[in-house]
Ligand binder design. Sequence first.
Ligand SMILES: C[S@@+](CC[C@H](N)C(=O)[O-])C[C@H]1O[C@@H](n2cnc3c(N)ncnc32)[C@H](O)[C@@H]1O
Length: 379
Amino acid sequence: MQVVQILHMNKGDGQTSYARNSTVQRKSISISKPIIEKAVLELVGSNIMGIESMGIADLGCSSGPNTLLPISHIIDVIHAKPSEVTELRVSLNDLFSNDFSSIFMSLPSFYNKRKQDYDNGGDPNQHAINIYISAVPGSFYGPLFPRNSLHFVHSSFSLHWLSQVPNGLDNKGKCSISKSSPKCVLSAYSMQFQKDFSDFLRSRAQETVDGGRMVLSLMGRPSFDLTTEHEGTFYQFELLAQALMAMVSKGLIEEEKVNSFNMPYYTPYPEELNLVLDKEGSFIKDCIETFEVEWHSSGADINRNVGTFDDDQTITSSGQRLVTNTVRAVTESILEFHFGKGIIDVLFQIFEELVSEYLSNCTTTPKYTIFVISLIKKN
Ligand SMILES: C[S@@+](CC[C@H](N)C(=O)[O-])C[C@H]1O[C@@H](n2cnc3c(N)ncnc32)[C@H](O)[C@@H]1O
């Protein structure tokens, strides 16, 4: 499966779009805000040569308003602090079939809001900064930018997507790592992640100036074990596999089709991240922090004043609907490619029933584990 050509989050701003169903991801960006701000502050205070024209990239920006949140955080910090920065070159990257145009559509209101904030700011320390936003399509597992052109790199909720499904998996009736997957499945996923993450770091090392900063947040799991205690970090794909098998029982999908299907998705644990960071060696670890976000986090407490989408629908959705829409918005393109468009609505009806049953049996709300990693490019 060519992930690079197939994967995209659900486009546009309809009911099943990523733009309307990404409050969990938005929550994660909001959690990482203090870490982003600290890294930017240290960067602008560091007297790096050429920082008047600062290169910023958001990798795996997807569609909808989320990408403009971290960009706003970065711009706010730079604006508020006296510095040499006079222009920001902001590059938004994602795969080729990403719906970049939905971001472009929201840029006029983004620019207007920034202008209003600046005009009304009244802070004599604020200085004018020109902002140039562009899109850079391509895979972040390879080169994307000219050498030494980036000062700050951000990526959220993207690096758990692998460049490919590991080769030769025998993972019958499952579609990702699972408590009952054979050990070789777990190790094939782990190897693929380590290769991909290492390729990512090597590419960014070429493109980032010495002393440049990178803040990455990604889904993970607290430890190697896929224990019940940590099942929130992988169980949504266990339920998706159950929904697919239920469709096999109804004669709607062939069992062989399910057996040959796996997600290009992996949740690493801290030792694995540290291993790759140490082995690749281009970046100093400033911090790695762990957070938890509830499966049906509505994001209602998050400042959403950066885009044009009205997400009342998401905020009032029931828990199981919110979880279903979140998973659907990110997996539909991959599922459609393998099984065809015809199964999607029924699949997610069954999935929602399974999520509802699962949530009603949980004593506490299941949570995703998020790692936020702050890195400094070595000299
Ligand atoms: C869940 S979305 C996260 C979007 C946004 N950063 C946020 O936090 O809401 C993950 C994004 O990563 C992108 N992605 C996955 N693999 C990628 C790759 N190899 N190169 C670039 N983007 C990739 C996907 O296309 C998707 O848009």
